[in-house]
Design a protein around this ligand. Sequence first.
Ligand code: FES
Length: 270
Amino acid sequence: MWEYSETVKEHYKNPKNVGSIENADAIGEAGALACGDALKLYLKIENDIVVDAKFQTFGCGSAVASSSMLTEMIIGKPLEEVKKITNKDIIDRLGGLPPEKTHCSVMGREALEDALKNYYGYEIGEKSTDKIICTCFSVTENTIKEAVEHGAKTVKEVADLTYASSACGRCKDAIQGIIDSIIGKKEVEQKALTPVQFAIKVNKILEENIAPELSKDKGGIELLDIEGKNIYIKLQGTCSSCPNSTATLKGFVEKKLKELVDPEISVISV
Ligand code: FES
């Protein structure tokens, strides 16, 4: 028996915004009655803000709860925000869904995409080459790469950050492949670095990735010394004038160097 959150139960028992909208500005559909699950979403849009949303669904309790929550999430919101809503956002707002039921939130997201397509007359979102790896949660390859760059080392840790692999699990091998390719590449790079190469790489990242960011606030950075994995820096300009700002910027520099050079790096601001 599946466990449902109180929010899911509440939205199932008392769904919000059920029905249709006459003269809707956009209508989106997802699923298929033949498969037992279908959702129709109606939007009223004024000045690029969703002023009303209603839905009709022929699906299970989770589909009702997901659709109900989706309408609550979009009413009153500008389209720019609405476009960014993901399946994960719907599930988070519901307080979670059993993995077997995630397709219900996917259906909500798909109906929303369809409605926006109907409204704009074209496909929304980057028609990028970013490949979807986890179809259950529409998680792309770049999102998984970002999760790994931010420290996720296992499929479970990627799931904790993105939800990818938390439902049917078909995408687990692909996620593992992405993790292996990034971590393996980093290990090879790190193993190959001599102290001189390490110093050159630190310098390059400071110059190309960090200094330009600091210069936006009229700040700067000077590399003073490198001892093993300890990097001694001096923050310049407005960066050095405020202790709080110095601590924040030092944290920023350390995070970048850990990500791009070596996770064991420690930055000391003097
Ligand atoms: S494809 Fe189903 S959990 Fe990723």
